[in-house]
Design a protein around this ligand. Structure first.
Ligand code: ADP
Length: 498
């Protein structure tokens, strides 16, 4: 048989997953294993590196077993991963010197404060496309070197830093390559988007020796062969990409202006901006889309803090619904919210508002308001927040509107929400057959990496749309709804007194 099976390793924040795809983009099998989150102090989050590795290997073996495919037919493996999470290990033993510091961990906020106070924000933004924040790996690595007193060892080249892609490659690939791809490098706050290399000025700023950093490679690139003891045969590991970037690829958003939104706990929207890194005027991040054949493609990125989490809140705290899926039917049971707007600014508002002092608000309640109105207002709020990101992106690109938005993630299963999203944006919303677009993207990149697909366009034949939600709302209704939403956002802003 031909080598035509592709596997994605999807190493996420709460679970490690492996998915087996055939050449037509069909999912043959999938297996996920959750692992423990460690919270050593309030606001701190860690993972045990052994957990990351062991669950990933076990998920891979199980998925291959469930798929029934012959290991000989596996053409390539692609890796996609939780971004920014930081690991540091000894070169000669492979032993990690500390638990992985997870992207969510806030322990390096004082490092970021210092950078901001030293007036480095513009420099960081201009070089990396990022707003200085503790999410990104740079300050986490600086913290590890400082607190464990490892600067000298790092300068002697005895230590390896890596994000999760790097860590997995080091441990799973023969010859222990120390590599990362450009999308993951772009989330470290150490990588210069314009030169596509580690930036000496940024490294000096955080006192990080270059010797500790991995080599930056393309997103589709054979980094080596999977160690044969894992599946009984060596298999090319041919792609690496951060999760949101893999998802943009898995949605085949290859042209400038194409946009995808992932509706998970939060929402992550990325818009392809082609070969130009667009500097946002609206507080969005500039990031890599991917790098192929040495050629970088860029994207704008924005996120909604409370996406599906708003639905969890309705279920767990307000108890207005008993399952997330029930929200759809309840929202559709009323013709509109009867003037109610809910702004889920539970932890403040992100782009384009960046107001940490706003808080959740429900406005427009009358004696006739019932739980269906509130639930509907909550679902609509997820769409309004996504609309705000989308319009910021469109504005940053000079007003040019895309023809459609591609969607994925757990909450994109809600057809009421997807229809409202299309209505409020005035563009088609397209939901693909495979909602695991992150994994699909990693598999497609791996297919390109081993030459199974001659081009990304050929790979895109594996991406199939399922449903298209066409806008039905009239323009004056849309304007009125958005006017109401923005008035409600104004009410939510600045609520916490400083
Ligand atoms: P993550 O990857 O962030 O864990 P998922 O992509 O698995 O998220 O999506 C889970 C989120 O989607 C949860 O917050 C859940 O409340 C929400 N969700 C799942 N199904 C629905 C639905 N039918 N309608 C609305 N929200 C949903």
């Amino acid at each position: 048989m031909a080598k035509n099976i592709l596997i994605a390793l999807d190493q996420g924040t709460t679970s490690s997953r492996a998915i087996v795809f055939d050449m037509h983009g069909r999912t043959l099998a999938s297996h996920a294993i959750e692992f423990k989150q460690h919270y050593p102090q309030p606001g701190w989050v860690e993972h045990d590196p052994d957990d990351i590795l062991n669950t990933q290997v076990a998920a891979l073996r199980k998925a291959v077993e469930l798929s029934g495919v012959d290991v000989q037919d596996i053409a390539a493996i692609g890796i996609t991963n939780q971004r920014e999470t930081t690991l540091l290990w000894e070169k000669d033993t492979g032993r990690c010197v500390h638990n992985a510091i997870v992207w969510q961990c806030r322990r390096t906020a004082p490092y970021v404060e210092k950078l901001i106070q030293a007036g480095k924000s513009d420099l960081i933004r201009q070089k990396t496309g990022l707003v200085p924040d503790a999410y990104f790996s740079g300050t986490k690595l600086a913290y590890l070197l400082d607190t464990l007193n490892l600067h000298e060892r790092a300068a002697r080249g005895e230590l390896c830093f890596g994000t999760v892609d790097t860590f997995l490659c080091w441990n799973l690939v023969e010859g222990r390559p120390h590599v990362t791809d450009a999308t993951n490098a772009g989330r470290t706050m150490l990588f210069n988007l314009h030169t596509q290399s580690w930036d000496d000025e940024l490294l000096r700023m955080l006192n990080i020796p270059r010797q500790v950093l991995p080599e930056v490679v393309d997103s589709a690139h054979v980094v080596g062969m999977l160690r044969p003891e894992i599946l009984g045969r060596p298999i090319p590991v041919a792609a690496m990409a951060g999760d949101q970037h893999a998802s943009l690829f898995g949605q085949a958003c290859f042209e400038p202006g194409m946009v995808k939104n992932t509706y998970g706990t939060g929402c992550f929207m990325l818009m392809n901006t082609g070969d130009t890194p667009v500097e946002s005027q609206n507080g969005l991040l500039t990031t890599m889309a991917w790098r192929l054949n040495g050629k970088p493609t860029f994207a704008l990125e924005g996120s909604v803090f409370m996406g599906g989490a708003t639905v969890q809140w309705l279920r767990d705290e307000m108890r207005l619904i008993s399952t997330a899926a029930e929200s759809e039917q309840l929202a559709a049971s009323v013709p509109d919210t009867a003037g109610v707007f809910l702004v889920p600014a539970f932890t403040g508002l992100g782009a384009p508002y960046w107001d940490m002092y706003s808080r959740g608000t429900i406005v427009g309640i009358t004696r006739g308001t019932n739980r269906a109105h509130i639930v509907r207002a909550a679902l609509e709020a997820i769409c309004y927040q996504s609309y705000d990101l989308y319009s910021a992106m469109v504005a940053d690109r000079g007003g040019e509107k895309p023809v459609q938005m591609n969607v994925d993630g757990g909450a994109s299963a809600n057809s009421f929400m997807m229809q409202f999203q299309a209505d409020i944006m005035g563009v088609n919303v397209v939901r693909p057959v495979v909602l695991e677009t992150t994994a699909l993207g990693a598999a497609l990149l791996a297919g390109i990496g081993v030459g199974l697909f001659a081009s990304k366009e050929e790979a895109a034949s594996m991406v199939k749309p399922d449903l298209t939600f066409v806008p039905r709302m009239e323009q004056h209704h849309r304007d009125l709804a958005l006017y109401g939403w923005h008035r409600a956002v104004d009410r939510a802003r600045g609520w916490v007194e400083q």
